[in-house]
Design a protein around this ligand. Structure first.
Ligand SMILES: C[S@@+](CC[C@H](N)C(=O)[O-])C[C@H]1O[C@@H](n2cnc3c(N)ncnc32)[C@H](O)[C@@H]1O
Length: 275
């Protein structure tokens, strides 16, 4: 594979934020290097970027025709070896490496579900999961805003963790309705999350982070935020209540790129009250 192909793959999958010259004349994609370092445990080769879906779209409209077809609810006992294990759901998983890393680490004790509207990313993530031989992870092509409830409601085990990490900001006001975290999704998370379960949200876009935060802060009878607790789960927060570093101990690709460019990540970690 030539360097030009690597760069094209990186651009089309949103991996490349900026590049640097190594002094020998060749361009080193900094984003790729950082991501590879962070996800080294997976051992996914960079060449795998070209396998499968070919060109991956930069953006997909969540209201597109392809996503308006009702999703088929998975037969969980055919997907997971043990469908009663605690479930973590990552909404808008992007490359999916973040979820793959956890699925590999906790392969015996937890199941993982990723929901994503870019078909190419779903196909590639599925391929990676197969290559890694993981049987506790499932990637779905679906609009999380409209399908989350059906999906998690049908899952036999407890829902213990939901993450929405660096969701697409859809800056234009008329596109705000495309943002993934709408009231219906919040209501479904409240309904389906087990007591003690967690919701982790983050964004490098302040306006988006505030919007998500306001939705969950309003539910103070349902959720505690780690910064408000005495036992703060080991999380450190800044004076404005943003969690200082990723409490999961692993950064997403968007997070790696944003931080490498000096951006602040606004994070909140909510815990559903027990009673
Ligand atoms: C900016 S990327 C972040 C990816 C990943 N979470 C990360 O932090 O690296 C946002 C992702 O959310 C996906 N997305 C947007 N709207 C969605 C929706 N309604 N349902 C599922 N995924 C969605 C996009 O296709 C995109 O891959």
């Amino acid at each position: 594979m030539t360097m030009a192909m690597v760069l094209n793959c990186a651009r089309s999958s949103g991996l490349l934020i900026h590049s640097s010259n190594n002094g020998g004349g060749s361009v080193i994609p900094k984003g790729i290097q950082l991501v590879q370092q962070e996800y080294a445990l997976l051992g996914i080769k960079p060449t795998a970027l070209t396998v499968g879906p070919g060109r991956i779209r930069q953006h997909t409209n969540p209201f597109s025709l392809a996503l308006s077809v009702p999703v088929e609810i998975p037969k969980w006992d055919q997907i997971f070896q043990d469908p009663t294990l605690p479930l973590t759901v990552d909404i808008g998983f992007g490359s999916g490496r973040f979820l793959l890393w956890f699925a590999k680490k906790f392969s015996q004790s937890n199941n993982y579900l990723g929901i994503e509207i870019r078909k190419g990313l779903v196909d590639r993530a599925k391929l990676w999961a197969m290559e890694l031989g993981l049987q506790n992870i499932y990637f779905m092509f679906a609009n999380a805003t409209t399908t989350f409830d059906q999906l998690v409601d049908s899952y036999p085990g407890p829902l213990i963790f939901v993450s929405i990490l660096c969701p697409d900001p859809y800056f234009k006001k008329r596109h705000h309705k495309r943002r993934v975290l709408q009231s219906s999704l919040v209501e479904s998370i409240v309904k389906n999350l087990s007591p003690g379960g967690k919701v982790f949200i983050q964004s490098d876009v302040y306006e988006v982070a505030i919007e998500m935060r306001n939705r969950f802060d309003a539910l103070f009878d349902v959720f505690d935020h780690v910064c408000d607790q005495n036992d703060d789960d080991g999380c450190l927060c800044d004076g404005n209540g943003w969690v200082l570093s990723n409490p999961m101990g692993l950064r997403t690709e968007r997070e790696i790129h944003a931080e490498s460019e000096g951006a602040k990540i606004y994070r909140r970690l909510y815990i559903k009250k027990l009673g």
